[in-house]
Each structure stands twice: as structure tokens, then as C-alpha cells.
Design a protein around this ligand. Structure first.
Ligand SMILES: Cc1cc2nc3c(=O)[nH]c(=O)nc-3n(C[C@H](O)[C@H](O)[C@H](O)COP(=O)(O)OP(=O)(O)OC[C@H]3O[C@@H](n4cnc5c(N)ncnc54)[C@H](O)[C@@H]3O)c2cc1C
Length: 508
């Protein structure tokens, strides 16, 4: 299928549904049957991601969020009415221009986070924020090439009008850091420039939810040292000829049932490597080519995405708080002071993330007409969220005691002799043994399962890990005023607080 066919296919599907600019879950599923090339963990070609064992449950899960756009009880959260044409569009593609816009986007995020318990780090509304990030620095793109800047605006408009889901691809494939970028075979680069577009070879890693989306938006915002042929920002339809998505191994079994795995039975967003074998990207999807000013510009271009990442974790922290309290209630351990202290630690984690988000919105800045939450608070909040996440997981496990292993599968429970014994031996406080069993299956999925480890890895690393965020905080957090005050008070010479680069690959 050709690249243009992606938009044609989406248009055709939308034309058969209830609204021309919003997809139902069924339409979303149909839109993924577009000829994309996917290789599964067994090395087989995936014929249909909607029915394939490793992707079908997650596709189903994301489809439910599409359906929420038509449900009267969620419609005003998942969609907004455009002041320009009076039509309803997906909130995921609402360009945040006011605090109310940010708030609506957050309500949408809370809905999807509570729907998946936040284990989809890239829910339906996430991918749009990479494109919005480009809009927020559009002056820098305009300065390079007005045509490319216009492409960004057109792309956002197209995605908004067609309810598109996109994934973002920022880092380069991992290899020996000592090699110069142009000697790394895998670095995505332009191998041919044509009047109507460019041809790409190489790869991009870590495309979470790529296989379940329509487009990948690509940037080189964390790669300050690339050569001009690899400095590419663009959008690539997932079904582009020459593009292959290689899935990582699944962390969950396709046979899981709700009773045994209340979270994991709904699937996982898969991560994949995207391999480009002479993939043609038409000019209309090019956002920047060979612009060194954009390389390493992660804090600015990623600010809105970082706000989403931290907000989602804030809502997850709300869930962790509910989980911690429920463990204590189910086990009847709330009279121990040590137990209360542990729950209080989880509460404080939630409150800290909430404070960072609210402060970031309160001090949001207007960047090219978009309201961008303060990167000072986002960076500080991201650091806090990453550093304390493992501690929160530990507390959930610690509070649970043997509950995490004295839990048995439905099949064991169905055993005529064993089931009744389990029922009589293992009741909790105010819950039957079977209910307690289901509850600890939930905690297992949240804090112990293989899938939860992948999610922990995601939270730690998906938008650069703690040392990089720390370096960024040191570089960018405003603190000149108190420094000046102290120097003034003590009559010391003033300073301009210039932060020198430590490494050649420091971000901007
Ligand atoms: C589960 C998961 C999902 C992801 N999903 C996405 C996605 O959807 N989209 C996307 O764009 N990216 C995604 N990422 C990728 C993420 O952006 C990168 O992993 C991250 O930016 C780190 O880059 P790297 O993996 O290339 O680490 P490397 O550069 O290979 O570094 C390896 C380690 O070296 C250390 N290190 C490296 N540089 C520095 C430094 N400057 N200072 C101090 N220590 C350093 C750190 O410990 C780092 O983890 C995902 C990652 C994971 C794990």
C-alpha cells in the first residue's frame, strides 16, 4: 500500500461511520488492516494485528477508548467542540491554548489511565503531543524552512480531523557510544533526496504502541551530534512500503483471564524496533531536514509530552494510593503504625506529583500560541517521579506480605477438594477468600508481574532516565535570584550562572 493510501484508507473508513472526524472502536480496528509489515516474537509475519495473539487484547483495549468518544457519559471528556466549525474532535488532538484546554486534556488522560491502570504509557491521546511540541517551537522550524513548518500545521490538522493515533520515536538505535554517529549502521538517515520527498534507511528503536497506531512521528531531539543526513524530523505512516516493525517478546500470555490477571488480561502496549529499508517519505510529511538547531532540543520540543508523562504518573500514583489503602483494609493491618507510615509515603508520592503538575500549569508559558506547562516544574517532577517509583512498588509488595503468593489460579479454585478449603482458610477483612485472591492478583499485575516490570522500565526510561533529567534540572532550573541575593548580601562579585557542557552529547 502506498503512503497516500494511509490517509485514503482512514478517510474511507471514517466515511462509513457515524461521524466523519471520529472513529468508533470497530473503525479503529479496521483502520489497522492497512498492509503494515510486522514481525512477531516467534519470527513470524503478523497477518492481522487485530486478531494476532500478542496484539489483539491491547488493540481491543485502545478500541474501547475510541468508543468512549460516542458514549454520552464520557463524550464531553474524550471529545471537544471546535469553536471554528462546531464539530466534535478527539480531545487527544486539542491544541492546548488555555488552562481549560490543559485541564480537559488531563481529564481525558485520567479517564484512560483509570481504564488501563496506566500500564499503557502511550495511550490514545499521547502521540499527538509530539506534533504539538513541534507547534510550540514552530518559530525555530519556520526559520529553517517555512514549507516544513506549514507541513507540521497541516499534519496536526489532518490528524485532528481524522482521529489518528501516532507513536513517537526519538532516540537512535543503541550501539557503542564511542563510535561517531556516521559509523553507526543503524542510525536512521536519508539515502536519497528527491524533489517529492526523501528515502530513509536505518532504524528507530523503542516505538511503544507503534504497532497499534497509524503514524510514527520521528525526531532527533535527544541526538545532539548527528550529521545533516540523519537530522530528520518527520511523520511516517506505519504501512509505508519498506517499513518493518519487529515486536519485542510479550510479557503476558494471550490466555490470561480477568479473574487471574485483572490488569494483564487486557493486553500490553508493545514496543518495537522500526526498520527502514528505503522508505519513501513524501515532502508533505517532512518537518525538518538537516537543521542542527533542533538537535538535542529535547526539553522544549518534549515539554508537552513530558507534561503528559508526569500527569499520567500522577494519576497512577492516585491508583497506587488506593491500592495501598485497600491492601491494608483487606488484611486488617491498619492498626500498625509502620503500616500507616508506608501508606503515608505513597500518599505523599501522589501529592508531590500533583503539586508539580499544578505548579507547572500555574506557571505555564505561551510558546507560539500554545500554553506549555513550566518546564522547571516538569523536569523537577519527572525526577521525583522516577526516583521514588521503585520505593512505591516496594511498599505495595511489602504491605502485601504472603498475599502475593498465597493466591491461586481459577483452575486451582475450581478443584472440588482444594477450592472449598482455600475459601475457608484465606478470607480477608470484609472480603471472601475468593475476593481477596482476585484483589492480590490485581496487586500482582500492578507491582510484581513481568508486565509490571516492563512498565517500571518504561516509567524509568521512556523520556530519559534520572541522571539525564538531573543534568537537565541543574542546567535549566531558574535560581539566579537567590544566588544574587546571597552574593549581594555578602558583597561578593556577581555571577552569570553559566552552566558549561560536561559532555559533547549534552542536550540543549
Ligand atoms: C519500555 C520503554 C519504552 C520506550 N518507549 C519509547 C517511545 O515510545 N518513544 C521514544 O521515543 N522512546 C521510547 N523509549 C526510549 C527512551 O527514550 C530511551 O531509552 C531513553 O531516551 C534513553 O536512551 P537509550 O535507551 O538510547 O540509552 P543509552 O543512551 O544507550 O544509555 C544507556 C544508559 O547509560 C546512561 N547514560 C546515557 N547517557 C547518559 C548521560 N548523558 N548522563 C548520564 N547517564 C547517561 C543511562 O543510565 C542510560 O540508561 C522507551 C524506553 C523504554 C525502556
Amino acid at each position: 500500500m502506498s503512503v497516500i493510501a494511509t490517509s485514503n484508507k482512514i478517510r474511507e473508513i471514517l466515511s462509513k461511520g457515524p461521524e466523519l472526524q471520529l472513529m468508533t472502536g470497530e473503525q479503529y480496528k479496521e483502520s489497522l488492516r492497512d498492509g503494515r509489515r510486522v514481525i512477531d516474537a516467534q519470527g513470524n509475519e503478523v497477518k492481522d494485528v487485530v486478531t494476532h495473539p500478542s496484539t489483539k487484547r491491547s488493540v481491543e483495549n485502545l478500541a474501547k477508548v475510541y468508543d468512549m468518544q460516542f458514549d454520552p457519559s464520557t463524550r464531553d471528556i474524550t471529545t471537544f467542540v471546535s469553536s471554528q466549525d462546531g464539530k466534535r474532535y478527539s480531545t487527544g488532538w486539542l491544541i492546548p491554548r488555555t488552562k481549560e484546554d490543559l485541564k480537559l486534556r488531563r481529564e481525558m488522560l485520567r479517564l484512560s489511565t483509570f481504564h488501563t491502570f496506566g500500564v499503557f504509557g502511550r495511550p490514545n491521546d499521547y502521540g499527538a503531543l509530539m506534533s504539538m511540541g513541534m507547534l510550540s517551537i514552530i518559530d525555530k522550524m519556520e526559520a529553517e524552512n517555512p514549507e516544513y513548518a506549514e507541513n507540521v500545521r497541516r499534519f496536526v490538522d489532518f490528524c485532528q480531523k481524522h482521529n489518528v493515533m501516532s507513536s513517537d520515536l526519538v532516540p537512535d538505535v543503541q550501539t557503542d557510544k564511542n563510535l561517531p554517529p556516521d559509523q553507526k549502521q543503524g542510525t536512521l538517515r536519508i539515502v536519497e533526496e528527491r524533489p517529492d520527498g526523501v528515502v530513509l534507511c536505518g532504524a528507530k528503536p523503542c516505538g511503544s504502541v507503534g504497532v497499534q497506531g497509524h503514524f510514527a512521528t520521528i525526531s532527533t531531539a535527544t541526538s545532539p551530534n548527528l550529521k545533516a543526513d540523519a537530522a530528520i524530523w518527520c511523520a511516517v505512516p506505519i504501512n509505508s512500503p519498506g517499513l518493518t516493525l519487529v515486536l519485542r517478546e510479550s510479557t503476558i500470555s494471550p490466555d490470561y483471564e480477568f479473574e487471574d490477571h485483572p490488569i494483564d488480561s487486557f493486553g500490553e502496549e508493545l514496543d518495537n524496533m522500526m526498520i527502514f529499508d528505503h522508505v519513501f517519505v513524501p515532502r508533505e510529511y517532512l518537518f525538518s531536514v538537516g537543521n542542527f538547531n533542533l538537535l538535542g532540543l529535547y526539553r522544549e520540543s518534549g515539554a508537552l509530552a513530558h507534561w503528559h508523562i508526569l500527569s499520567r504518573l500522577m494519576y497512577r500514583a492516585e491508583i497506587f494510593m488506593g491500592a495501598a489503602q485497600s491492601i491494608v483494609d483487606v488484611l486488617g493491618t491498619s492498626s500498625f503504625q509502620g503500616v500507616r507510615d508506608s501508606v503515608a509515603e505513597v500518599i505523599s508520592y501522589h501529592a508531590a506529583l500533583k503539586a508539580h503538575i499544578l505548579a507547572s500549569e500555574e506557571e505555564a508559558e505561551n510558546w507560539n500560541g500554545l500554553l506549555v506547562p513550566s518546564t522547571d516544574f516538569l523536569t523537577a517532577g519527572r525526577l521525583h517521579s522516577i526516583v521514588h517509583y521503585p520505593r512505591v512498588m516496594h511498599i505495595l509488595r511489602d504491605l502485601s506480605g504472603q498475599g502475593l503468593i498465597s493466591r491461586f489460579t481459577s483452575k486451582a479454585w475450581d478443584h472440588p477438594e482444594i477450592g472449598p478449603l482455600l475459601e475457608s482458610y484465606l478470607p480477608g477483612a470484609g472480603v471472601t477468600a475468593k475476593e481477596k485472591n482476585r484483589f492480590f492478583n490485581f496487586i500482582w499485575d500492578l507491582a510484581c508481574s513481568s508486565h509490571s516490570t516492563r512498565v517500571a522500565l518504561f516509567e524509568n526510561t521512556n523520556s530519559t532516565n534520572a541522571p539525564v533529567v538531573q543534568a537537565e534540572l541543574y542546567r535549566s532550573y531558574k535560581r539566579k535570584e537567590p544566588v544574587d541575593h546571597i552574593r549581594d548580601y555578602l558583597n561578593l562579585p556577581s555571577t552569570n550562572l553559566e552552566v558549561k557542557k560536561l559532555y559533547k552529547h549534552d542536550l540543549k
